[in-house]
Ligand binder design. Structure first.
Ligand SMILES: [Zn+2]
Length: 396
């Protein structure tokens, strides 16, 4: 049983194609798969992804379960444009999604795919954002969810996942092994594991590109900067702009910057050294916890995409991530540290001359600042206690 319209999953690395009605999460060659589906047309009557961009997905209307994902604001910040000598700096604020991160776009698409294939159980392997997103959408869809989180996830991060009622397992061991084991066991036990870079998660991320283009009147920015962990989001955003180019809606592609924390930057290292295969990074701690991934499953593909499209990869040291988080908050945007890495990357790319004077950039702000309270300790936060009687003196 499969209610999908005719669609293929294809491998950009080896050219293999598979029917999208197959529950397939990676290519036989080991590389990730992308959705191949020729849709066109935007339903402007809705801001919600599952309605507005329904034509770009092979789902029947009944397959979608929506919590209102998508339609997030694109915020211009003049002070950063001025600081860097750019014509514009904009933030695509994905914390305005139903579970406060970009993950809801891919989760909605994966849930629709799972339902189209007749699954009743879903799961994910996550360090936080994706776990909450899958738990929420599974709850909304009435599906059972099996969420696997990394062994080093703090207790305080589990409550926002557990509240949705999912089965929650904190698993000791390397993230990438957990990723592979979940797909293997999922196939055996009938659980649809919608992990970070599976085809429909990347397909959902395309709508970030669609919205950036729409909100700018289809005038693409010079640069799009994406904080990168597994690599599924930046792959999806690239595919989204390529879909728009093929549909004749935009005249050119932007250039892409893959932004990583210096303490854990396997894609940047591979890109800078001219490697085609990423190598496992030493798993050093970073405040950018949400993109802490020493061996990203889409790493090879992202490196190839950046080379193909004349993009680049930039890593950002811890101090610059904290500085970016404070500076963005001072502009009214409170993002989790991983989502502040793009501003650090833009500053570095501007200083090195990769990004030129007068160019424009859109930075993808993947999740909200309340997602990672541990980061608060990195900032100088000041307040004072006083009595009502002191106010006449203090409010001057
Ligand atoms: Zn392949």
């Amino acid at each position: 049983m499969c209610s999908l319209k005719k669609a293929l999953l294809f491998c950009k690395s080896c050219g293999a194609e598979y029917d999208a009605c197959e529950a397939r999460f990676r290519c036989d060659c080991g590389e990730p798969l992308d959705l191949k589906y020729d849709g066109a047309g935007i339903d402007t009557s809705s801001r919600v992804q599952s309605k507005r961009f329904a034509a770009f997905f092979p789902f029947a209307e009944d397959d979608w379960v929506s919590l209102g994902e998508g339609g997030t604001p694109l915020v211009s910040v003049e002070r950063f444009a001025k600081e860097l000598g750019l014509s514009g700096v904009q933030f695509k604020n994905e914390s305005a999604n139903p579970t406060w991160s970009f993950k809801d776009r891919g989760t909605a698409a994966c849930i629709a795919h799972a339902r189209a294939l007749g699954y009743t159980k879903v799961g994910t392997v996550s360090s936080g954002n994706m776990a909450a997103s899958v738990a929420a959408y599974a709850a909304a869809a009435g599906m059972e969810a099996f969420i696997l989180v990394k062994g080093n996830v703090a207790d305080e991060k589990l409550a926002p996942i557990a509240i949705y009622g999912a089965h929650l397992l904190r698993v000791a061991g390397p993230y990438d092994e957990l990723y592979k084991e979940s797909l293997r066991l999922g196939a055996e036990r009938g659980i649809y594991y919608m992990n970070s870079d599976v085809p429909f998660r990347a397909a959902g991320s395309r709508t970030i590109a669609f919205e950036i283009a729409e909100e700018r009147g289809f005038d693409v920015p010079d640069w799009v900067i994406v904080p990168t962990s597994a690599g599924g989001n930046i792959r999806g955003i690239i595919n989204g702009f390529e879909d728009l180019l093929r549909a004749g809606l935009i005249a050119k592609l932007p250039r892409f910057i893959c932004a990583q924390a210096k303490n854990n930057s396997p894609i940047v290292t591979a890109f800078e050294n001219g490697w085609t295969q990423i190598r496992r990074a030493p798993d050093a701690e970073t405040i950018a916890h949400a993109i802490d991934n020493p061996f990203p499953p889409s790493g090879n593909r992202v490196v190839a995409e950046l080379r193909r499209l004349n993009g680049t990869a930039v890593s950002v040291p811890e101090g610059e991530i904290v500085r970016a988080q404070a500076d963005m908050a001072h502009a009214g945007l409170f993002a989790q540290p991983a989502s502040c890495v793009p501003l650090g990357a833009l500053r570095a790319a501007r200083a090195s001359g990769i990004v030129k004077e007068g160019e424009s950039a859109v930075l993808v702000t993947t999740g909200g600042g309340l997602k990672y309270t541990t980061a608060f300790a990195a900032h100088k936060l000041e307040w004072r206690d006083c009595a009502i009687g002191d106010l006449a003196e203090l409010l001057k």
